[in-house]
Design a protein around this ligand. Structure first.
Ligand SMILES: Nc1ncnc2c1ncn2[C@@H]1O[C@H](COP(=O)(O)OP(=O)(O)O)[C@@H](O)[C@H]1O
Ligand SMILES: [Mg+2]
Length: 73
């Protein structure tokens, strides 16, 4: 998933997958949100033995990629 939003600083990129974590500026701006969205997405990906990665630059935007393995049935 790609957007052209505010972006995420390098040092925040690993933290945003933590439960209830919200980047400071977002918390202050009262945009709503619980900080659970990415934690839930990460947990779902883990359950499927996959992972989620983020590539982002502040003010440029963000790219979230979900990797899921093809498992034998
Ligand atoms: N696409 C994005 N662009 C910029 N910041 C993001 C993006 N997605 C998440 N974040 C940052 O990561 C924090 C956690 O996101 P998320 O787990 O989705 O929480 P919520 O459920 O509140 O949306 C957000 O508060 C925001 O600061
Ligand atoms: Mg969210």
């Amino acid at each position: 998933m790609k957007d052209t939003g505010v972006g995420i600083a390098e040092e925040e990129q690993e933290k945003i997958f933590d439960r209830f974590y919200r980047v400071d500026c977002d918390r202050n701006r009262q945009t709503g949100g619980s900080g659970l969205g990415l934690a839930i997405a990460w947990a779902i990906a883990q359950k499927h033995q996959g992972q989620i990665t983020v590539q982002s630059q502040p003010s440029k935007g963000s790219l979230f990629t979900i990797h899921l393995p093809i498992l034998p049935t």
